[in-house]
Design a protein around this ligand. Structure first.
Ligand SMILES: *Cc1c(COP(=O)(O)O)cnc(C)c1O
Length: 383
């Protein structure tokens, strides 16, 4: 790694780009660490104990036929250990924390980053302190306490949870996994681009369709594909098409240059909780990446999201949560509006698995409602 620059408000790490950094013939398993020469992971064995990345790129023949797109692919990120793409960022942040000797990790989350952090911290022997909105899905909350995390629910919502988590990280010296705030989240998620390129036989797709919440998933793809170009391994980048829920579409409205009404800025109003973010952490970087790639931002209704969940299950055998299925929901409008055509190679990023039947409910002794940092400190001190 050679330094960092600021790009549209997010920190962008730079490397001495060279084709040898992506060693196609490297022995060992197909995981995220295959690309460690393009990650800020110094020498020595990887300490993070769970297998991360190396998720399948599925040809989905029945879905291809139904959609009339012979070169449609699903990059199935539900296959990560806690069933979402958040596991990549969690792994790299924890790897960094283990090397620095930290014992507590914190994040705010709409749900999946918290589940990934709870499980990853449990595996690595760290304490996880999670901040979520009081509206967080009970099934996801239960998974967090099942893995032993301490969870703080913040009545003012996700943005306030981010503020509290970041303040706690500063005050108590904890590892800060907050998405967008920690550049390692983008470094980790960019490995999806490397994998897709390798899985397509070292080719770049024409378009990639991606759900957008805070933005790191899409921005990281842009960075990953750009690095393949910088390494001399690819000649161009794919068009990036970002998808948001109609009920919470700040970046689609910003893309269109239109004001957003209250019904379009209602995170609690959509089934796509994983991407229901009112003030995306790196929204400017998303708009910049989408624009440079020749892509666009599109909004999808909740009924389109639920249809996409059913179609992914029924035509591809992939179980997704609504936010995880957003790329398929966005495909139809992308084709209709000419953003992509049926002869192209199109990759749908499926980001999160359906939540299965609830196990035990969240352990109430590990959950508290807080509004201020001193309440966090008190709650942690008494138990
Ligand atoms: C977090 C999340 C996203 C979007 O990720 P960002 O990097 O925040 O834009 C998409 N789908 C699911 C299921 C998620 O949990």
């Amino acid at each position: 790694m050679t330094g960092s620059i600021d790009r549209a408000g997010c920190e962008w790490l730079q490397y001495d780009y060279d084709p040898a950094l992506v060693a196609g013939d490297r022995p060992g398993s197909f995981t995220m660490w295959r690309y460690r020469d393009l990650l800020p992971v110094p020498d020595g064995p990887v300490r993070y104990p769970l297998p991360i990345g190396g998720t399948p790129l599925l040809p989905a023949p029945a879905l291809r036929q139904a959609a009339g797109i012979p070169q449609l692919w699903i990059k199935d990120e539900t296959r990560n250990p806690s069933a979402s793409n958040k596991d990549r960022a969690t792994a790299l942040v924890i790897e960094d924390g283990l090397r620095r000797g930290l014992d507590t990790i914190t994040t705010a989350s709409t749900g999946n980053a918290a589940v990934a952090t709870s499980f990853g911290a449990a595996a690595a022997g760290l304490r996880a302190v999670i901040f979520v909105s009081t509206g967080c899905q009970p099934e996801k909350l239960a998974l967090m306490t099942e893995a032993g995390a301490r969870v703080f629910q913040v009545p003012a919502g996700y943005a306030a949870a981010v503020d509290l988590s970041r303040a706690a990280a500063r005050e108590f010296g904890w590892l800060d996994r907050n998405t967008g705030a920690n550049p390692l989240t983008i470094e980790a998620k960019k490995t999806v681009a490397f994998e897709v390129w390798e899985q397509l036989g070292r080719r770049i797709p024409d378009a990639m369709i991606v759900p957008v919440g805070d933005g790191p998933t899409l921005v990281a793809l842009d960075k990953g594909f750009a690095e393949l170009v910088s390494c001399g391994l690819a000649e161009r980048q794919p068009r990036l098409i970002g998808v948001q829920a109609e009920r919470c579409q700040p970046l689609v409205k910003a893309w269109l240059g239109a004001p957003a009404g209250p019904a379009e800025l209602d995170p609690a109003g959509t089934v796509a909780d994983g991407i229901a973010v009112l003030r995306p952490a790196i929204g400017d970087a998303v708009l910049d990446a989408v624009g440079r790639s020749g892509g666009a931002m599109v909004a999808v209704s909740d009924s389109a999201l639920l249809n996409a969940v059913a179609t992914l299950a029924g035509r591809a055998g992939v179980g997704a949560e609504p936010a995880g299925a957003a790329a398929l929901a966005g495909l139809e409008s992308a084709v209709e509006s000419g953003l992509t055509d049926r002869s192209e190679t199109v990759v749908l990023l499926v980001t999160g698995r359906e939540v299965k039947a609830a196990g035990p409910p969240a352990d109430p002794s590990r959950v508290a409602v807080v509004e201020k940092l001193d309440e966090v400190e008190q709650a942690l001190a008494v138990s």
